[in-house]
Design a protein around this ligand. Sequence first.
Ligand code: AMO
Length: 447
Amino acid sequence: MTSLPESPTSAAGIQRLPRTLASDVASYADRPGQPLRLSGWVHRRRRLSGLTFLVLRDRSGTAQVVVKDEVTLAQIEELPEETTIDVVGLASVNAQAPGGIEVVEPTIVALGAPSDTPPIELWRPKITAGLPTMLDHAQVTWRHPRQQASWRLAAASLHGFRHTLDHDGFTEVHSPKLVESATESGANVFTVDYFGRPAYLAQSPQFYKQVLVGVFERVYEVGPVFRAEPHDTVRHLAEYVSLDVELGFICDHYEVIGVLRDVIAGMVASIRARATSAVELLDVRVPVVPDEFPIVHFRDALEIARAPADEPDLSPAHERAIGAWAIEEHRSDFVVVEGYPTAHRAFYTHPDPADPHWSRSFDLIFRGIELVSGAQRLHRYDDYVQTLRRRGYPLEPYAGYVDAFKHGIPPHGGFAIGLERWTGRLLEVENIRQVTLFPRDLHRIAP
Ligand code: AMO
């Protein structure tokens, strides 16, 4: 006995029909009347007299479902926004529908309990809630199409970062986040209880990327780093994603800056190739990456920023001034400041051999904010010992770090890009928290 074919809109038929994504509904233009199955969230119900437009959202976008029959109209009254559903219906041409196609005669199945009222009105084209509300409800806020798009830019950037470095002979590594000593400065480090003795959350993979140059020559890491930032600023987080790079057998820091240029160009190319709809939706001003970054010495940077000549570092206001200068003078969103005073950079920084007061370090300023720090590093054991002594640091906590340089580490250098700073400047948002999935700061450790 042969069984009758299942109706596509019966419950069993719903399971059988392959899923169509919202972004592919338009491809049914030449197949009107064809059954299709969508799965996603109730994004919005727009009630008109005698019919309701149900907008379904999935990972690819939204699609319009038209409900007319009494039973389904009553059913969707009980399915509030954000309920997950399966819809089987027929493709129908309607010039007014998004993409020119809508789904009619739907059979709808709820995939879980009806959703509670969402804390953020996700159906509005732009989120109207303030930042604290957005952050308090981040798990729902990120569902908004504009929020999703901003993370897609970050994801595409990560792809471009990895792709460029894989292509250039780098090996991806992952280093421990529980460590025995501070690498950047003693002050902003989180202490944890490690089986009864103190340990720290890694402020950066600095030590590990340097010693892994001794293994792989060229390494990179994408991972979280932790800074006990006591300041409540729009550009600091207590945990952020650091994109670290380190390479061996270099002559000077200019080689490192060359790699940085290629990496940023790769990130921008990946955004253009992989996040086109996010760029369009958010109207992103995608930066042009010059063949070479303009480079200005720290001394001259102070002058440009009209800062006193004995200033040890650049303040946020100085960085803004230098960013404006780079646009004016070089038509560039990017500018490298090199040669920061050695005494004010981390102990592993290589001094300028011509004048050790200055260092072979650099920062990349992107649209007026420090995005990257990097340098050539010390690579000789004796240089480390002397530097630590000169700075008055106790040798003992750094013994593990410094001893590594007894075993043949080549001249090397590297840099780290802050992911959230990158997306923040790309989207020109005021606060880095707007582009951080689940920010950690002085006041926030949840969600
Ligand atoms: P640095 O401490 O300058 O250098 O950090 C590198 C980059 O990381 C980002 N960043 C931050 N982002 C968000 N919140 C913070 N609290 C925060 N602190 C820093 C910035 C910054 O430019 N080991 C060196 C890098 C190296 O020399 O390779 C380091 O960590 O974008």
